[in-house]
Design a protein around this ligand. Sequence first.
Ligand code: NAP
Ligand code: F7E
Length: 384
Amino acid sequence: MPKVAFITGVTGQDGAYLAEFLIEKGYTVWGLKRRTSLFNTDRIDHLIKDEHEVGDRRFHFLYGDMTDSTTIIRTIQQIQPDEIYNLAAMSHVKVSFDIPEYTANADGIGALRILEAVRLLGLTEKTKIYQASTSELYGKAQEVPQNEKTPFYPRSPYAVAKLYAYWITMHYREAYNIFACNGILFNHESPVRGETFVTRKITRAVARISLGLQKKLYLGNLNAKRDWGHAKDYVEAMYLILQQDEPDDYVIATGVTTEVREFVRKVFAEIGIKLGFTGSNEQEEGVIASINNDIFEGKVGAKPDHLRAGQVVVEVDPKYYRPTEVDLLIGDSTKAKTKLGWIPKYTLDDIMKEMVESDIDLMKREECLKNGGFKIVSRLEEKR
Ligand code: NAP
Ligand code: F7E
């Protein structure tokens, strides 16, 4: 019998990569999906298509919400999963300052609802649970780099909600002997990263600027440093965490940290634009120093006639600042390397290159659609 996995947050970045990964491993995958007034299955359209057109029924949806206990209990009762990956969350740190109560409910109590359903349904011996914990738990980092023993100091309603989820997961493991694990994942990105997270916001904007569709990119804190990996590497770690003999918690990170400002510079450089930064704080600007026409034309497929040296293409807008910031994250994943044999395959340069190339294609396709073209395949399918 194929193993059965239940993924909450299946329409998100990680849910999509994980569903694809588990299906390739032979699992039957059930995904929890919120009802939305518009289609939001772009990232998993290729899996849905499999079900209908190839007659392969290894991927299924169920409607539900992390704030709705009854549906979660009914769903888990129906599926009887071998593994649950609890990825659903209001995952945007800045937005969590605007909707703190909802964030606590979905991200914090949501994790409890999953654990409690497994306990109530008598599945504690059968079902393993992965909880999507986060490097945001370290917040005002008490140690550099951060590992499984580093004390937490959350700095946002998101991180505080995730702190509850972290501890309740550990508590259910100790109190009820449930195979429940925390993956403390540092930032991970991809071409299907949500558009308002900083890496994707940058690669989209650089693509649009290169095509003459946008003039400037407005950002918040350029000094923040993050340990950025690739979502594909990180979903493999989630899977490995649940394949161990004993439940445990693991830090998943690359061990390399990069400033937001440096990420911006690298993405522009990828399309042949050398960027310099002048000024400081809110007056800081990113200015084109020079353009390599050959690289630009090779990457963008057009001439940079609308761009010139001296042009300001990046500005700071304080509206993107957060009431409290997480300044520096860098993870030490020695435990994952040693116990899980997990080693990331992608470097930041690989990720950045893949993202900006994908966004240039996407922007061209969107323009083409506006002019009467046809959408052919989903974005993730193209990247496989
Ligand atoms: P994401 O792209 O924002 O996806 C979040 C998913 O959760 C989406 O499918 C979303 O549905 C769903 N969701 C949100 N609220 C829900 C609710 N109330 N009920 C049911 N579903 C709900 O996030 P991600 O980057 O894939 O991250 C996956 C998980 O890992 C999240 O828990 C996140 O907090 C955590 N995490 C992420 C990172 C990272 O760098 N990516 C690092 C550490 C931890 P819609 O599509 O309908 O919005
Ligand atoms: O911000 C700075 C911002 O929103 C990264 C989530 O997946 O990873 C993610 O949380 C940094 C911050 O990610 C802008 O202030 C500057 O310092 O891409 P982000 P995040 O807050 O690190 C963790 C591990 C998670 O668990 C979360 O779910 O970039 N920054 N200017 C900006 N950030 C955004 N979004 N937009 C800007 O304009």
